[in-house]
Design a protein around this ligand. Structure first.
Ligand SMILES: [Zn+2]
Length: 115
C-alpha cells in the first residue's frame, strides 16, 4: 500500500496521508494486549486491524512520540504508547486548559494542510 493511501482509523478523524503529508501514521502494535487497548481507546470495537490500519499522530501525547533525528525521518512511538487524545476529549487529558498546546506544532500544522 502506497503511503498516501493511509488514513486514520479513529472515528471522526479525517486525517489521511494523502491530505496531511506531514502527519505521522502509526500502525497497530503487534502485542495483543496493547493492540486491544488501542482498539478500546479509539472506540472501534468493530475494527478489523490489518497491517495497513493506521492511527494518526494527533492521538498520541507528544511525550509518547520519538522525534526522528533528521527532519525527514519517521517518527516512532515509545514502547507501550497508546492513543489517548481524541475529539471526544478535546484532544486533552485534563478537563481544563487548552489541549491544543499538547499537540506538537508540527502535527497541528500538518493537520491543517488539507487537500
Ligand atoms: Zn487521527
Amino acid at each position: 500500500v502506497p503511503v498516501w493511501l493511509f488514513h486514520c482509523s479513529v472515528p471522526r478523524c479525517t486525517a489521511s496521508a494523502r491530505c496531511n503529508s506531514m502527519l505521522s501514521f502509526f500502525s497497530f502494535p503487534p502485542d495483543k494486549e496493547l493492540r486491544a487497548k488501542w482498539v478500546q481507546n479509539i472506540r472501534r470495537d468493530d475494527l478489523q486491524v490489518t497491517s495497513h490500519t493506521r492511527v494518526c499522530g494527533r492521538h498520541f501525547q507528544p511525550a509518547d512520540v520519538i522525534q526522528p533525528s533528521t527532519p525527514l525521518g519517521r517518527r516512532r512511538l515509545k514502547r507501550g504508547a497508546v492513543p489517548l487524545l481524541f475529539e471526544w476529549n478535546n484532544y486533552s487529558l485534563t478537563a481544563h486548559g487548552p489541549s491544543k498546546y499538547l499537540l506538537s506544532t508540527l502535527e497541528v500544522t500538518a493537520y491543517k494542510s488539507k487537500c
